[in-house]
Design a binder for this molecule. Structure first.
Ligand SMILES: [Zn+2]
Length: 1019
């Protein structure tokens, strides 16, 4: 028994140099490959997951049967295969090998199914089975050979199973393959045929991917909408000859009918305009682009076009005629919105080289034709086109958030086709909304697995004598932490003491997370995969389990904790004389909030050691900051607000601008210094494998919108270096607009590149620098609880001070470089998720009422003005197009339905060159103050869209009257405030939003108090 036959396969391969290489591969055939059926008398083996079946649920196959699938079914129908009602499936080795080769995500899901006990999936190694192995015939393609191998294996199973009264059915969507299988007298059906025949699997048909239908339609249907894609061969040849270019397709944020393709070596991206030129490319696809002759180049469109708004207006019927009309309207819209800015290379997509198809969260739109199974799915990501799905359970899905996968995009369909995967939850439900954000941003958020939790230290955790021998004991020093109120994951603490020499010793102590997370363990792998903690407005998704993040690694007061310390000697002028790193044990004297620390510093009566040390830290930090800014560091601004959320019913109680205290920049300065010191030290010892963080200088073209906006206010900014930019930002203030400078900084922030991690060995030292912080080298060391990069930096430093041994991956530049890419991706996605979460929270706070805000003009378009509303930290779109406006007015609550129809609609004129919008005498420029009203469009229960209206300046026939003072807005109640969730403190250059907004809040509170008093009086 066992090895039966040894076959030699001989290949000839041509090497790059032109030599012919002979490769001999031995292929072993065995006769001890088991069928996997539990209870089969003919086979042995301990893995027998397949059940001995007694019944069948299928009307097509009445005998008890197991499923065998071909490769394409595995690739495209993995959602069906994952469904609970599909069990007892035989996965042939031919299939799993091909799947692994063609799609790693599907392969991973298939492996998960094989590991799931009750799915009863079994891998049959047919390629090593003496009765199932087939040689490739002359002139037979690899695909055809594999299809034949699958049919032969099915045939073998049918005969082998017969003695146990079992049967098998081959599921293939390839009609040719199905018919050839039937010639062998084995049962074969397409997925659709088979699933339709099941009697007890309602809803399963919805999940069947719509791949097979495409073929049939293509033959009969003549009305193609899209040009065909070029063949891959033709694309490859044309890329080589320079006729085509390859790049990543990015849909415009403002206009779903426009996209950019970044091409290496081009200064400007290639512009793609209109559905036909986009030719079925999706955001993030890698596409082949043909560039038009120069006379056909065009400028980016000057209008905001929102897919959802557009579809809502075209009626939303889902048939070919509606398609045609909608496409015509889109063309008109694009033509009308033609921008008169600078032309840039323009072209069209001729083929998709690599699809970035994934699963999408969203909602389905009600089809106006009742009983129709065809529905449009609206993805949450605005850059993704609506997806056509078929479902028989639409009624129950209308108020749900769901997941849909794209299957295909045939030439005759305006929208891609997809299938329903699963329901996430009810619209508006907090958990469902969070889930959508996390899924959309690819943030791992499942509970930590058993194997991860097993890596944690057992409680009670005690410090051993060995630990004390290996660490510096700093428990006698007055260390404390300074954080936002309610912070539970404290990863940094500080101290400062006067030395006899008159100099200062300053220490930054960081949670020693790498002590608990050993390289290569399940815990390490999980933390690495997550890479960062994700902060949503009402939830935190930790990178490491709670026991570490909020307990053993959290540098809480009055308990012994392990730290990784950096200790400097500084002159009273904050000149650093020396720096050293050590592993230590600390005992924090207190977990202070920023406010508490500030109070201690400001109170002259407080003279204790801890307060003195805070005062010295603050004194040194101010000097460090001054030097940093002299060097050209930028002080940027972002729209950060804090939401106070009622924990009981999850509604927003209040939104406040983030306050700025001296103690915040005190902590920030020392974190920055610790990070710079860590960067310098690791780079010095490991020039090729230090993990650093760089912030590239933005290319000059990035500054164009900022410069144009500043120019419209007669302000000239010098963007030639970070230093000149910082200087001109400091000088640019306006007395009549106290928010002007912050706005300018917010706009500057938007011109910046992303800061990224990288491995020092992969770049030239000139490229290491950090533009925003104006330092030649930088890294992250101070937040290992919430950032994986910091853990790597800790490990490198531990090797340098000989506290730990190294391991091979740590010093492998290629591995480190791959890891930085991964961390960069997760980091960016986590940031977007955080922003998405604030947006949803802000929108929720506007629901069911009309709110009035001061806003500032950010961007101007032909049909819209984008304004920034500091009070809620959001950007809103004020459409100038009256057609939209009237529609909204009709749906708006009675109260504010002004009869605007009597006044003729005003004409808005957009001057793109000088950047202003004119309406009669009135001119609106960037940074101008507009008073606006915002409310949530109540007409669509599924989707919350903010409707923005102008209040001031007054434009007859367009603007709405102001709200009565103290009416709608003042109904907020001061309630218990929740704990804020905050990210790391370094490299965060937020500036508080000041003056006018604070006044506004204050005013509101006063009115509220008056009202309360009135109420009391009445009682
Ligand atoms: Zn058997």
């Amino acid at each position: 028994m066992g090895l039966q036959e040894r076959k030699q396969k001989i290949f000839y391969r041509k090497t790059k140099k032109g030599n012919i290489l002979k490769i001999v591969r031995e292929h072993y055939l065995r006769d001890d490959v088991w069928c996997g059926l539990d209870g089969c008398g003919a086979c042995e083996g301990d893995k027998r997951p397949l059940d001995m079946l007694t019944t069948s649920d299928s009307t097509l196959m009445t005998e008890p049967h197991h499923l065998i699938i071909d490769t394409n079914v595995a690739l495209h129908q993995i959602d069906v295969l994952s469904h609970d009602s599909i069990t007892n499936v035989i996965i042939l080795q031919t299939v799993i090998t091909e799947v692994k080769h063609r799609s790693l995500p599907v392969y991973k899901r298939l492996r998960d199914l094989l590991d799931t006990h009750n799915k009863k999936f079994y891998v049959f190694t047919n390629e090593h089975h003496s009765d199932c192995y087939v040689e490739r015939e002359e002139k037979e393609s690899v695909n055809d050979r594999n299809d034949r191998a699958i049919r032969i294996a099915t045939w073998w199973y049918k005969h082998h199973f017969r003695m146990n009264n079992q049967n098998v059915v081959l599921i293939t969507n390839d009609i040719d393959n199905r018919d050839k299988a039937r010639q062998l007298e084995v049962e074969a059906y397409t997925m659709h045929e088979y699933i339709s025949s099941l009697q007890n699997a309602p809803g399963l048909l919805d999940i069947v991917a719509q791949v097979e239908e495409e073929k049939e339609e293509d033959v009969t249907y003549q009305g193609y909408i899209f040009p065909s894609h070029w063949s891959m061969e033709k694309i490859k040849l044309s890329l080589k000859s320079g006729k085509l270019y390859q790049g990543v397709f990015k849909t415009s944020r403002n206009n779903f009918l426009e996209a950019n393709v970044m091409i290496e070596g081009f200064d400007k991206p290639v512009l793609i305009q209109g559905r036909l030129n986009i030719n079925r490319a999706l955001h993030d696809d890698v596409v082949a682009v043909q560039i038009f002759p120069k006379e056909q180049w065009s400028a980016p469109s000057a209008v905001v076009i929102d897919q959802e708004k557009q579809e809502a207006e075209t009626g939303g019927n889902d048939d070919e005629k509606a398609d045609e009309e909608a496409m015509k309207k889109e063309q008109e819209l694009l033509a009308a919105g033609k921008g008169d800015g600078e032309c840039q290379p323009t072209g069209c997509v001729v083929g998709v080289i690599r699809r970035k198809w994934r699963q999408f969260c969203g909602i389905i739109r009600k089809n106006e034709i009742t009983d129709s199974t065809r529905h449009l799915f609206i993805p949450a990501d605005k850059k993704i086109p609506f997806i056509r799905i078929e479902t028989r359970q639409a009624e129950s899905l209308y108020n749900k958030r769901l997941i849909v996968a794209i299957d295909s995009w045939p030439r005759n369909s305006r929208n891609p086709k997809g299938h329903f995967v699963r329901v996430i939850g009810t619209i508006g439900d907090k958990d469902a909304e969070n889930e959508v954000i996390l899924l959309e941003h690819d943030c791992p958020h499942t509970k930590f697995s058993e194997s991860v939790l097993n890596c944690l230290p057992k409680l009670p955790w005690v410090i051993t004598e060995k630990d004390e021998d290996e660490r510096e004991d700093l428990r006698h020093i007055d260390v404390c932490s300074v954080d936002p109120i309610g912070c539970t994951d404290i990863d940094d603490a500080l101290h400062c003491r006067l030395l006899p020499s008159g100099n200062y010793e300053v220490g930054v102590h960081i949670a020693d997370v790498s002590h608990f997370i050993r390289p290569g363990t399940a815990l390490d792998k999980e933390a690495q995969n997550r890479s960062t903690t994700v902060y949503l407005t009402n939830r935190r998704i930790d990178m490491v389990p709670d026991l570490l993040s909020s307990n053993l690694c959290s540098l809480r007061g009055s308990v012994d904790r392990f730290a990784f310390s950096v200790i400097w000697e500084m002159t009273p002028q904050a000149e650093v004389l020396s720096a050293r790193f050590c592993k230590s044990i600390i005992k924090s004297r207190g977990e202070l909030s920023y406010e508490q620390a500030q109070q201690r510093i400001d109170d002259p009566a407080m003279k204790d050691d801890l307060t003195e040390s805070l005062r010295n830290l603050n004194m040194l930090a101010k000097q460090i900051k001054t030097k940093r800014i002299e060097n050209g560091a930028l002080v940027l601004a972002s729209m950060e607000v804090k939401f106070h959320i009622d924990p009981d019913n999850d509604t927003v109680i209040d939104i406040v601008a983030k306050q700025h205290l001296e103690t915040m920049s005190m902590v920030e300065e020392f974190m920055l210094l610790a990070n710079v010191t860590a960067a310098e030290t690791t780079l010095q010892h490991f020039p090729d494998c230090a993990l650093l963080r760089r912030h590239p200088a933005p290319p000059p073209s990035n500054f164009e919108p900022l410069l144009a906006a500043a120019k419209s206010q007669n302000i000239t900014l010098d963007v030639s270096s970070n230093k000149t930019l910082a200087n001109s930002l400091n000088k640019s203030t306006r007395e009549d607009n106290p928010f002007f400078n912050s706005m300018l900084r917010i706009m500057t922030t938007r011109c910046m590149m992303q800061a990224v991690y990288f491995c020092s060995g992969t770049l030239e030292p000139e490229e290491y620098s950090h533009y925003g912080l104006a330092t030649p080298t930088y890294t992250h060391f101070t937040s290992p609880i919430r950032r994986y990069a910091d853990i790597i930096v800790h490990r490198l430093l531990a090797v340098i001070i000989e506290a730990e041994r190294t391991y091979p991956e740590l010093l492998d530049p290629k591995k480190l470089s791959d890891l930085s890419q991964h961390i960069n991706y997760r980091h960016k996605m986590a940031q977007y998720a955080g922003r998405g979460s604030s947006e949803i929270t802000a929108i929720a706070s506007l629901k069911g009422k009309v709110s009035e805000f001061m806003s500032y003009v950010l961007f101007l378009h032909k049909n819209a003005i984008q304004v920034l509303v500091p009070t809620i930290g959001q950007q809103l779109t004020l459409y100038l197009d009256n057609r939209h406006k009237r529609k909204e007015e009709k749906q708006a609550p009675k109260q504010e339905a002004m009869d605007v129809d009597e006044v003729p609609a005003p004409e808005f004129e957009f001057n793109e060159k000088e950047l202003y919008v004119q309406c009669g005498e009135l001119i609106i420029r960037p940074f101008d103050e507009l008073r606006v009203q915002a409310s949530v469009d109540a007409s669509d229960v599924q989707h919350q869209r903010v409707v923005c209206r102008l209040v001031e300046p007054v434009i007859p026939g367009f603007s709405v009257p102001p709200l009565e003072k103290g009416s709608k807005q003042a109904d907020k109640d001061e309630k218990q405030k929740d704990k804020p969730v905050e990210g790391p403190k370094d490299e965060k250059t937020a500036v508080a939003l000041q003056v006018s907004e604070e006044k506004e809040t204050k005013k509101k509170r006063e009115t509220k108090d008056k009202e309360r008093k009135k109420k009391k009086m009445k009682k």
